[in-house]
Write a protein that binds this ligand. Structure first.
Ligand code: B12
Length: 220
């Protein structure tokens, strides 16, 4: 157990180093080596890609990386995520349907993508809309599809108007899907706002979400 954790930490450090050195081949090799060593794909999502991008964002915020360097790191991580997603073991569908999307105005895409993959791996059918679809169009799709779950991803405070608009519209639907708000915007300070706006649940960890949904939205 401890050895596994150290291994993941090392993969993360090498992966981040490769991104910062603009060495996509080394970044890919690191992921391949981790897979060869038996690291599960979900661990690579949460233990390597996610923290590496957070560090990239931190360095950008500190003025140590410019936007082009951040975009490069994100593009490499996105393409690696695409490859990992194809290797993710997916359970047979269990009859539950989810819509996963960023809230209106949100441009951050990778978090919603990871959430969609965690749900699919657990047997959900998932309609992933990506980031930033207009609230009215998402609501129309949800009305038509009548999913069991709508999972909304929000990273930035700038998107709060869109969060309020979409949560209010979705909460008014009949039948109402289970509404989950997640993403970096929701902290201990802000999470009560999500409930006030109509969310049924706030969660940041896709693994914890999958576990919670067995209780809140069990398979038929
Ligand atoms: C890449 C990036 C971008 C790219 C996104 C490209 C793309 N295709 O996604 C671009 C350049 C577009 C961008 C733009 C901006 N960004 Co930006 N960005 C990032 C960066 C570096 C990485 C984001 C990422 O992919 N992280 C990895 C993913 C996997 O993490 P995640 O989204 O948090 O998702 C995880 C969890 O949160 C959770 N999760 C997410 N959604 C959900 C939903 C549910 C239901 C559940 C259960 C879980 C869940 O699951 C994931 C796995 O753990 C972050 C740094 C960071 N800390 O993440 C900054 C960051 C998010 N960005 C930031 C900012 C400020 C901006 C801009 C405002 C910059 C600007 N001045 O224009 C704009 C806003 C654009 C907008 N309207 O959305 C800030 C946000 C600060 C804040 N709290 O508001 C950050 C934190 C950087 C920083 N340190 O300051 N950004």
């Amino acid at each position: 157990m401890l050895l596994g954790a150290v291994g993941l930490h090392e993969h993360r450090a090498i992966f981040l180093d490769a991104l910062l050195a603009r060495d996509s081949a080394r970044a890919r090799q690191t992921i391949e080596r981790a897979l060869d060593q038996g690291t599960p794909v979900p661990d690579l999502y949460l233990g390597v890609l996610d923290p590496a991008l957070r560090e990239v964002g931190h360095r950008w915020a500190m003025g140590e990386l410019n936007v082009a360097e951040e975009h490069y790191a994100t593009a490499v991580a996105q393409s690696i995520l695409d490859g990992l997603s194809r290797r993710l073991h997916r359970a047979p569908r269990d009859g539950r349907l989810a819509v996963v999307t960023g809230t209106p105005g949100e441009q951050h895409a990778l978090g919603a993508r990871m959430v969609a993959d965690f749900l699919e791996a657990d047997g959900w059918e998932v309609l992933l809309l990506g980031p930033g679809a207009p609230a009215a169009d998402v609501v129309a799709l949800v009305e038509h599809e009548q999913p069991d779950l709508v999972a909304l991803s929000t990273a930035t405070a700038g998107a709060l108007d869109g969060v309020a608009e979409i949560l209010a519209a979705l909460a008014a639907l009949d039948p109402k899907p289970f509404l989950v708000a997640g993403g970096q915007f929701w902290t201990a300070t802000t999470r009560s706002t999500a409930f006030e706006l109509g969310a049924d649940h706030v969660e940041d960890d896709p693994r914890a979400l999958v576990a919670e949904l067995y209780i809140r939205v069990p398979p038929p």
